[in-house]
Design a protein around this ligand. Structure first.
Ligand code: UD1
Ligand code: MG
Length: 459
């Protein structure tokens, strides 16, 4: 079978808006959903949608936005929109990228973090039927604030002939009745895109250059425009914190359903919070109130007891954690390891079968296979200036309430007596005691009581 060669696709991500309604010092698109910025979600979408080059339009003084682009899509070119004069003006900030490009142009808003690559690919492929622009739309339960898609009413297989887009502020009462809305994603296959964009003016309620005006202009020029209908759930545009919470809700509902479909038990799904990249194996049991930050991979047959918090951690098959476990960045739990209640682990490897069952801090360490870390043990990894490592050998036993002052090594099979403050290495199979020697004075307490009670009686 001969496959048509895909046309080059330039994706322009609009991320310059200040997002005044977020009431924030953080640029709108840097607000996070499921542990990743909205911009991050949209950059990933661009990559997954078959983009061949990406251009991101940012506002002035947005170093965090630039840094996010540099980290996630290093190949993207970044353009600055000096003043936020509307979405058409924002696209034109990437003028040189459009001028240099031969192929399709996709415009996506960085405040629309839930759209799937499959939906975008469907939109781009709608151009194959002769339209010069395809707009991704959806039927909204509450259309307030969205641009309305004015069509000739004919919708075949989810594709309608698009006549114009009317922004909410500019719509007549009759147009406001339309529930078919603009998601903001548009695909263009028009060689004269720049000419179209340059024709857009500011004669509207906001005094802005609306990208959405491109449709009426193209229709007047006799070009074909279509709207492709998608699922409302994907299209949510985030303009306020309430919208952000709604987007998070949609993401979490899907992530919980996926985890369960893949064979995990969530006792109370609504209280388990996943990150965008959480990986969960089979026969995993997750009790209520568990939070996953970015970078967590959970193997098979793992149990996560209630109220645990995990970020940047790998849990191999059969590990058990919690209740109230905190796993931080760089935690690696080997097979059948156990991290109990009120235990915090950071940048530490637990080899198979190792345990820390209660009340401990383990940081910058290796815990050898089957070693046991007693209750109340603290790894003193920080001297106020530098972090140091602790190494606990296989089968070692650290007695309760010990402090291991790093850098320090405990040999295989060694014992540390409880209450010890260990500052020197302990050789394999040795016993280390580093605490005051116990004194016992027989009869002392009885004598003390007698003296004190007669003194009190004399008062
Ligand atoms: C926009 C659409 C509306 C659509 C809705 C979908 C226009 C005129 N309106 O409205 O039809 O239903 O999205 O969510 O396009 N941006 C810039 N520079 C600017 C202005 C905006 O980069 O000067 C960026 C923003 O960062 C944002 C995106 O463009 O990522 C959309 O801007 P926003 O102000 O949120 O537009 P909406 O009012 O939501
Ligand atoms: Mg918006």
């Amino acid at each position: 079978m001969i496959q048509a060669k895909a046309r080059p696709l330039l994706t322009i991500v609009l991320a310059a808006g200040k997002g005044t309604r977020m009431k924030s010092d953080v640029p709108k698109v840097m607000h996070a959903m499921a542990g990743r910025s909205m911009l991050g979600h949209v950059l990933a979408l661009a990559t997954e949608s078959g983009t061949t080059s990406t251009a991101v339009v940012v506002g002035p003084d947005m170093p965090t936005v630039r840094a996010e682009v540099a980290t996630l899509t290093a190949s993207a070119s970044v353009f600055e929109q000096t003043r936020q004069r509307g979405t058409a003006d924002a696209v034109l900030a990437a003028r040189s990228a459009i001028a240099a490009h031969q192929g399709d142009v996709l415009v996506v808003f960085a405040d629309t973090p839930l759209i799937s690559a499959e939906t975008v690919r469907k939109l781009v492929s709608a151009l194959d039927q002769g339209a010069e622009v395809a707009v991704l739309g959806f039927h909204a339960k509450d259309a307030t604030g969205y641009g309305r898609l004015v069509t000739d009413g004919l919708l075949t297989e989810g594709v309608a002939n698009l006549l114009a887009i009317r922004e909410h502020k500019d719509a007549t009462p009759v147009e406001r009745q339309i529930d078919f809305c603009n998601s903001g994603v548009m695909a263009f296959r028009t060689p004269e895109l720049l000419t179209v964009l340059d024709a857009i003016g500011t004669n509207n309620a906001s005094g802005e250059f609306y990208l959405t005006d491109a449709i009426a202009i193209m229709r007047q020029q006799g070009r074909r425009a279509v709207a492709v209908a998608g699922q409302e759930e994907e299209m949510l545009g985030v303009n306020t914190r309430a919208h952000l919470a709604m987007a998070e809700g949609v993401f979490q509902r899907r992530a919980r359903a996926r985890a369960m479909a893949d064979g995990a038990t969530l006792i109370d799904p609504g209280t388990v919070w996943f990150a965008y990249d959480t990986k969960i194996g089979r026969d995993v049991i997750i009790e209520p109130n568990v939070f996953f930050g970015p970078g967590v991979t959970v193997g098979d047959r793992v149990t996560i007891h209630a109220n645990s918090h995990l970020v940047g951690a790998t849990l191999e098959d059969g590990a058990q954690i919690g209740p109230f476990a905190r796993l931080r960045r760089g935690t690696h739990l080997g097979q059948n390891t156990k991290i109990g209640n009120f235990v915090e682990v950071k940048n530490a490897v637990f080899e198979a079968g190792a345990k820390a069952n209660h009340l401990a801090y383990i940081g910058d360490a290796r815990i050898g296979t089957k070693a046991n870390i007693g209750a109340g043990t603290i790894f003193c990894n920080y001297d106020g200036f530098f972090k140091h490592r602790t190494d606990v050998g296989a089968g070692a036993f650290i007695g309760s309430n010990s402090s291991l002052v790093a850098p320090v090594k405990i040999g295989d099979g060694a014992f540390v007596g409880s209450g010890s403050v260990i500052t020197k290495n302990v050789e394999a199979d040795a016993l280390a005691l580093a605490r005051a020697v116990q004194e016992v004075h027989p009869g002392w307490a009885a004598k003390f009581r007698a003296v004190m009670s007669s003194r009190k009686a004399r008062k």
